[in-house]
Design a protein around this ligand. Structure first.
Ligand code: AMP
Length: 125
């Protein structure tokens, strides 16, 4: 069940200000810089709706929210001038085999540039 007290829900409600860390916002989604970047560029794109993970989002979000989310993703890549050479990922579940989901509100990681850590560090959590 979705936990309304997760940190991204608080960001969406404005209870935790992100200030200059915000990259882009539309009616349905927000993107901002990760507080603990794993690479030169590390952004997060989140829907404003209450979805715990990617499957919850693609199964249950109305078309307008899905379109708005991908539009925000697209605008974010443009603002960050990313046309190629980036990774996106969505950690899903607290027992995921490589990198565990720590914030239970669906988010895409958008990562580019030089890495600040290696995969083994991330996997060690
Ligand atoms: P995950 O482990 O996939 O759930 O990723 C959650 C991400 O949220 C981590 O990379 C954190 O560094 C990031 N994070 C947590 N709190 C904040 C915050 N207040 N602002 C920006 N990023 C955050």
């Amino acid at each position: 069940m979705y936990d309304k007290n997760n940190i991204f829900a608080k960001i969406i409600r404005g209870e935790i200000p992100i200030g200059d860390n915000k990259i882009y916002e539309n009616e349905y989604a927000i993107s901002f810089y990760d507080i603990n970047p794993q690479s030169d560029i590390h952004a997060l794109v989140i829907p404003k709706g209450e979805y715990e993970n990617i499957l919850d989002f693609i199964t249950n979000a109305p078309d307008a929210e899905q379109k708005g989310f991908w539009s925000a993703f697209d605008e974010t890549t443009k603002i960050l001038e990313l046309t190629d050479n980036f990774n996106i990922w969505a950690n899903t579940g607290t027992d995921a085999p490589f990198i565990k989901q720590t914030v239970m509100h669906f988010h895409l990681h958008l990562v580019a540039g030089n890495r600040k850590c290696n995969l083994a560090d991330l996997m060690a959590g």
